[in-house]
Design a protein around this ligand. Structure first.
Ligand code: ADP
Length: 646
């Protein structure tokens, strides 16, 4: 920009000279002083009325003062040299040192900033101290530093210092900061310019509008990491190109420090994550070892005791119960681990079938009553079915849904020794069903409310923890809920209670499908009496177990350990149902079903399997199998299925 010929910039003319008396009265002055005072100097005027901030004092020696004075609405820094001359007068030499003093200050600040960068351990401390220093450089009510996330979609406010606060995290879409980042260059804007830009680019300004806004991008060689902005709410021309240069200079140094700090921080986060993982691994091993050893000890100990001849039959029964319940516990643990691995391996598919909500909750209620007895908790079990939406059936994977609810219920009962456990559901909108299990138990601190859904995490990870469990139930529940298309979370307050909630997509079955999904009438095993059941199984213990179960219900049983034997028996004997282990050593289960069906198309086949992928079971069902049971098979499950069949 070229200057007008006679235009004199106050900054280009840094010197004004005055001759004053001992009492400060101005005797004469150079014309340039008028540029500083911006008004004529009347006769008898005192120097301190012209420069109120100049602490004018006389002495025998030459003295130097630094003071602030504003001209054209802008603050400058001056140095006054006061020198005694003849006749008891003083020569006052005033020099604009704004630039040189700023350069000095900048140097000082940069040295300080690098010291802060080295010393402060938290980025927040670094930003706060940095801001305090910057405030000494600029006439600003508000200074803020925004950082972009990697995608530049969001701005996070590293620090705001000043009279107005701004939300800490906001979308960067249409902000002045992003505009400056795109521009790649610093800018000074007054309110009018800001309004123009605002309507031109549809920009948003967070916080109250400034009268003067100055901002520079924080640039690395290849990227822009953020924006540093200072704003003044009082003076429209608070900043000029010199300020901008200073801000640009400072921001270059800052960018370097910020990146250093971020790297340090990333390292710290990575370190603490790996320490956390280490801790988790140890906690998990300690847990698992405890969880496996405890029931194992009981099983081995009582198995030994039970064989002693001196033991009374009553005691034997008690010991046998201990062995069974501890065996179950172990099985649950193993099931949980396998379950989680299966989900994580992506083996699970969700099978949605019509499900009657009432019958589901009847079953859950019964479970909760038994569970509370088992855990010896004196609490109330309640149901709360929320709104009357008129919906009685939904389409859902009943087994998985039940699994999640049972898990939440047994946790709720485990962690509640007084009060109640309530289960229920509500339909908040026509696309969602929300299930919940709430309790009045020990509650979960806020800081752990997300963590407990991670595998092997427990709120109490100390060695002395009071409650058993391997920390897998919620991890499984979370994955199952997500697999079913929902979301799970907890609302809780320590010592008041917890409420676990999860949503599922609300899908309604065709009404004609719902008729066959009545709840099982209370088991009546009369229908099994007299029927002939062929057990095809190659494990001796399982053969004995299944035989005992069906004969106790009055059925006749035949057994075969090989596929060929079974086929021969099917041709020879009258058989009402085949109970088939789908994983016999010598035979392909699917082919065996096919051959059974060729020989006796009307004899139903129930598959029993230990760990079989869903697709395999689907194929077996497609070959004509009636249903399937998962090992270990519970007696009542088997008998229920047989009653239903007959
Ligand atoms: P586990 O119960 O086997 O430890 P979970 O994954 O089911 O494992 O639960 C993880 C942790 O979450 C528990 O150890 C417990 O600290 C906390 N938790 C779960 N449910 C509740 C509840 N209803 N009340 C209080 N804490 C709970």
């Amino acid at each position: 920009m070229t200057k007008k010929k006679n235009h004199i910039d106050i900054n280009d003319l840094p010197i004004g000279i005055l001759l004053v008396k001992r009492d400060g009265i101005v005797i004469s002055h150079s014309p340039s002083v008028l540029l500083l005072t911006e008004k004529p100097i009347p006769e008898g005027c005192k120097i301190d009325s012209l420069f109120p901030n100049l602490p004018f004092k006389t002495s025998k020696k030459e003295r130097m003062y630094t003071f602030e004075h504003s001209t054209h609405g802008k603050q400058y820094t001056y140095r006054a040299n006061v020198k005694p001359v003849e006749r008891d007068n003083f020569l006052v030499w005033i020099e604009n040192i704004t630039l040189s003093s700023k350069v000095e200050r900048i140097n000082r600040i940069l040295v300080k900033l690098s010291a802060i960068g080295l010393e402060s351990t938290l980025p927040e401390d670094f930003y706060r101290l940095m801001q305090e220093e910057l405030k000494t450089l600029f006439d600003a009510q508000n200074i803020y530093l925004v950082l972009f996330d990697k995608s530049r979609q969001r701005l996070s406010l590293a620090y705001v210092s000043g009279t107005h606060t701004i939300n800490a995290d906001y979308p960067s879409g249409n902000t002045f900061a992003l505009w400056v980042a795109h521009r790649g260059q610093g800018v000074i804007l007054d309110q009018q310019q800001m309004n123009k830009l605002k309507s031109k680019y549809n920009l948003a300004f967070y916080g109250p509008p400034a009268l003067c806004w100055m901002a520079v991008p924080l640039k690395t060689q290849n990227d822009i990491v953020g924006v540093l902005a200072v704003q003044n709410y009082q003076k429209p021309n608070a900043y000029d190109h010199n300020d901008l240069k200073v801000l640009e200079f400072v921001s270059a140094q800052l960018t370097y420090m910020i990146i250093q700090k971020e790297r340090e921080n990333e390292l710290k986060v990575a370190k603490s994550k790996s320490e956390e993982a280490d801790k988790l691994k140890s906690a998990f091993l300690a847990n698992m070892s405890h969880e496996i050893r405890t029931p194992m000890n009981a099983i081995l100990g009582f198995s030994e005791l039970i064989t002693r001849e001196t033991i009374s039959p009553e005691k034997k029964k008690v010991y046998a119960d201990y062995i069974t319940s501890n065996g179950r516990l172990l099985l649950t643990l193993i099931d949980d681990i396998i379950e989680l691995s299966k989900i994580e391996a992506g083996i699970y598919t969700i099978r949605r079938q019509p499900l009657e909500l009432d019958s589901l909750f009847n079953e859950l209620h019964q479970f909760a009553i038994n569970e509370k007895k088992r855990q010896k908790q004196n609490i109330l079990i309640a149901r709360d079915m929320g709104n009357n939406s008129g919906i009685t059936h939904i389409l859902a994977d009943g087994e998985r849904l039940k699994q999640v609810l049972l898990n939440l219920l047994s946790n709720a009962i485990k962690f509640t020794s007084q009060g109640s456990v309530t289960m229920g559901y509500r339909i908040p909108n026509n696309a969602t069903i929300e299930f919940f299990v709430s309790d009045t138990g020990i509650g979960i601190p806020k800081s752990l409310q997300e963590k407990i859904f991670e595998r092997f995490r427990q709120a109490d990870e100390t060695a002395q923890r009071l409650y058993g469990g391997a920390g897998l139930g919620l991890a499984i529940s979370k994955r199952l809920v997500e697999l079913m298309g929902g979301r799970i979370w907890v609302e809780s307050e320590p010592n008041k209670g917890s409420c676990f909630r999860f949503t599922l997509p609300l899908i309604l079955p065709n009404t004609k499908n719902t008729s066959h999904i009545r709840p099982n009438p209370k088991s009546d095993y009369n229908k099994i009496t007299g029927k002939t059941i062929l057990i095809v199984e190659d494990n001796e213990a399982n053969i004995n177990y299944l035989s005992d179960v069906v004969t106790a219900a009055g059925a006749k049983r035949l057994t075969a350990t090989l596929g060929d034997d079974a086929l021969e028996m099917v041709s020879r004997e009258h058989i009402d149902v085949i109970l088939l282990d789908i994983q016999l050593h010598d035979t392909n289960g699917l082919q065996l079903i096919k051959k059974f069906k060729e020989k006796r198309p009307h004899v139903p086949i129930i598959i029993q399997s230990a760990y079989t992928p869903n697709e395999y079971i689907d194929k077996a069902l497609a070959q004509g199998a009636y249903g399937y049971l998962t090992k270990p098979i519970k007696a009542n499950e088997l008998l229920d299925l047989l009653s239903k069949l007959f």
